[in-house]
Design a protein around this ligand. Structure first.
Ligand code: C5P
Length: 412
């Protein structure tokens, strides 16, 4: 993916507490800074047993704060100064002991002190637990995690897998890249909170014989970007994907299919359980009328084989025709006359919104240009021409959808 600046203008206090996962926090600082954020690292005494402030200072470009008795602070109130500057406090790794302290509201060293002193309405607290699986599953830790959530903090993870102690289970800190994505998602406006969004993405593959088939150049990137943007906006997301080589965005339920018929059969029963349906998949219009049981052989044949095609069902039109249809959005990949073709499709499929894009110009790329077309109007995204990253376009489209659906979070 192209270089992104999703944390531009955001100031993050990154707290480290005692745990071997501290070594991952070095990478996390690097990622936060690369994403455009500024990072103030705060370390407990135990964290300094695992990684040095020198490393964290070099990566963040700022002196690490380690003491509440810091004479360099003019007012000697590091806990107030640090927490007033921050757009968010992320404690990663958060040890079992530190979570217990937070749950009790104790404040006997700088990091817990500044967490307690932060203005809660504008400085959220996110914690990424990291500990042995027995410590994590202990009722006391589970109670503390619940208290933190109830108090309005966001508990990220933990992950399951190999642990530094050699055991396997829940308690690993989330990977730095995942924590970065969680933090970015956290800052996105929750315009689709509580909405259920169903998305199709990628090409379909229509088999001719066991080794060959008909497909197209769709990479699935636009649909996957939409799925990520919908989760970031607070939606519950189901993604029905054709054959693509893309990682599932975090928090998305993914159903893999190959052919248009399989996509149709996966989507139709789910459609009415969703509030929004976004069809970005480049579904094959036709499939071979019959599937050859064995590979069609070349040997001994003088003329090339021919095979008949039969029409695939139109998934989007079928969903739009359901009695309790979700809000439907189509995509029209064209090579010319975008507006005319897109509007014709809007009317043919009886949907409220279609998004036109130039297929050959965008297939496989990270950027795109969209033309939003409804029955009476059309508008470009990005607004002033050119192209934009598919994730930025996806976020803008989610906001547009929320506005069109008159969802309260989008109107305020
Ligand atoms: O008619 P056309 O294929 O160009 O329409 C494109 C839109 O319809 C896309 O949103 C695509 O996902 C959807 N579609 C579908 N089922 C088909 C063909 C297209 O859902 N069989």
């Amino acid at each position: 993916m192209s270089e992104r600046s999703d944390l531009l203008g955001k100031h993050i206090v990154l707290g480290l507490t005692g745990g071997i996962a501290c070594y991952k926090s070095a990478e996390l600082v690097r990622l936060l800074v690369k994403a455009g954020g500024t990072v103030q690292v705060v370390m407990t005494e135990a964290a300094q047993a695992f990684i040095t402030p020198v490393t964290m200072q070099a990566l963040s470009g700022r002196a690490v704060a380690t003491s509440q008795w810091d004479v360099r602070e003019a007012n000697n109130m590091a806990h107030i100064n640090l927490s007033r500057e921050a757009d968010a406090i992320l404690v990663a790794p958060a040890s079992a002991d530190f979570m217990a302290k937070l749950a009790q509201g104790r404040a006997d060293e700088l990091l817990s002190l500044l967490c307690l002193a932060r203005p809660r309405e504008r400085c959220p607290l996110l914690v990424a637990p990291a500990m042995n699986r027995e410590m994590w599953s202990h009722p006391a830790t589970q109670r503390n995690a619940q208290i933190l959530s109830d108090d309005g903090s966001l508990v990220l993870g933990p992950d399951c897998g190999d642990q530094a102690c050699g055991e396997v289970g829940d308690g690993r800190m989330l990977e730095p890249q995942t924590l970065l994505e969680e933090l970015i998602a956290f800052f996105q406006p929750k315009v689709l909170r509580g909405q259920r969004v169903l998305i199709t993405a990628g090409p379909t593959f229509e088999s001719i014989d066991p080794v060959r088939g008909i497909t197209n150049h769709s990479s699935g990137k636009m649909g996957f970007a939409l799925a990520r943007a919908a989760v970031e906006a607070g939606a519950v997301v189901t993604l029905v994907a054709g054959p693509v080589n893309l990682p599932t965005p975090r928090g998305v339920r993914r159903i893999d299919v190959m052919s248009a018929l399989q996509m149709h059969d996966a989507v139709l029963p789910l459609a009415t359980q969703h509030d929004v349906f976004v069809a970005t998949a480049a579904v094959a219009d036709w499939r071979p009328a019959s599937l050859s049981q064995h590979k069609i052989k070349k040997e001994g044949k003088k003329v090339a084989p021919t095979f008949e095609l039969t029409e695939n069902p139109d998934i989007l039109a079928a969903v739009a025709a359901l009695p309790d249809a979700p809000y439907c959005v189509g995509f029209a990949a064209e090579s010319e006359h975008l507006l005319e073709h897109a509007r014709a499709k809007l009317l043919r499929k009886r949907i409220p919104l279609i998004v036109g894009n130039l297929g050959p110009a965008t297939f496989g790329r990270d950027d795109n240009a969209l033309l939003l077309v409804d029955a009476t109007e059309h508008r470009e995204l990005p607004e002033h021409g050119g192209t934009a990253d598919k994730l930025d376009l996806a976020r803008a489209l989610m906001l547009e959808l929320a506005r069109r659906m008159k969802l309260p979070a989008a109107l305020s």
